[in-house]
Design a protein around this ligand. Structure first.
Ligand code: NI
Length: 277
């Protein structure tokens, strides 16, 4: 018996490589999370910028709660089963008028996770993700053709680590995935997706759990740290770490630095250059 998703939604995920929107909380709850996130940003701005957009859930309770949110995990459990690990999160904040964009790419390309089909990513909106603010665009069914060649462009306004881009995507067949605050999309690690700059007057705040894994997944390019999200991990292929009890505890900050350095080594494995995020 599925916990959150309908059979139609699960079929759509497998057919298209993504599912959107999925409502996991009210707009009022999302507004509360946003207020807590922005208060944390005001208190510790350096904790969320540059490379520190990665894995802030290891240091801030508000993001830890979202990463382990029961409704989000219910949806992921419907797709991956009852044993769930979480290997990383990314804050995707685009300020009003921010030229930052995301080129067409597949998440699995540089994450080193194998098999990537045993993983999924959620992208939760904490402010309106609209056509104007630069919501994600997806290429339905593009996950079926395996991994494509990516051109590492390192474009300045491209907010992907390498500016990695897949060319010749069928734009006409792509679909926008607008989200209200408290809604999320779920995508598998092979579906092609992109997003445009924020031309709205509000911040576009997205929190991606990238990704949830089954315990069958191994890391082929370096080291990866995981938290147990649900069930058990009989394999222990990846390093387990705990959850934060307070915000910005020094031992948690040190652990996160180590996790982010090793994650950066994975993402930039074999790359020509390295940027500071
Ligand atoms: Ni992506």
């Amino acid at each position: 018996m599925p916990k959150l998703l309908s059979a139609v939604q699960m079929d759509a995920y497998h057919r298209d490589g993504f599912l959107s929107p999925v409502t996991v909380m009210t707009e009022a709850e999302a507004a509360d999370y946003r207020a807590r996130l922005e208060a944390a940003e005001a208190a510790w701005p350096e904790a969320m910028q540059g490379a520190n957009r990665n894995n802030a859930h290891l240091n801030l309770r508000v993001l830890d709660e979202l990463t382990h949110h029961p409704k989000i995990l219910d949806a992921v459990e419907d797709l991956l089963g009852p044993d769930l690990l979480v290997c990383g999160t990314v804050l995707f904040i685009k300020e009003p008028g921010d030229p930052g964009f995301v080129s067409w790419h597949q998440d699995a390309k540089y994450m080193g996770l194998d098999p990537y089909t045993d993983a999924t990513t959620i992208w939760l909106a904490l402010s309106p993700a609209t056509l104007e603010s630069g919501c994600m665009r997806m290429s339905p069914g593009s996950h079926g053709a395996g991994m494509r060649d990516h051109d590492d462009t390192y474009q300045e306004t491209n907010i992907l680590t390498r500016g990695q881009s897949v060319h010749d995507v069928d734009e006409a067949a792509a679909v926008d995935t607008p989200l209200r605050p408290g809604q999320m999309s779920i995508h598998n690690l092979a579906v092609l997706h992109a997003s445009s700059p924020n031309r709205s007057s509000d911040r576009r705040i997205g929190f991606a759990v990238q990704s949830y894994l089954k315990p069958t997944v191994r890391q082929t390019r370096g080291e990866t740290f995981v938290q147990l999200a649900r069930g058990t991990d009989p394999n222990r292929y990846l390093h387990h770490i705990g959850r934060p009890r307070t915000d910005m505890a020094p031992e948690d900050v040190a652990m996160r630095e180590k996790v982010n350095d090793l994650w950066s080594d994975v993402l930039y494995h074999g790359a020509d250059k390295r940027r500071d995020f």
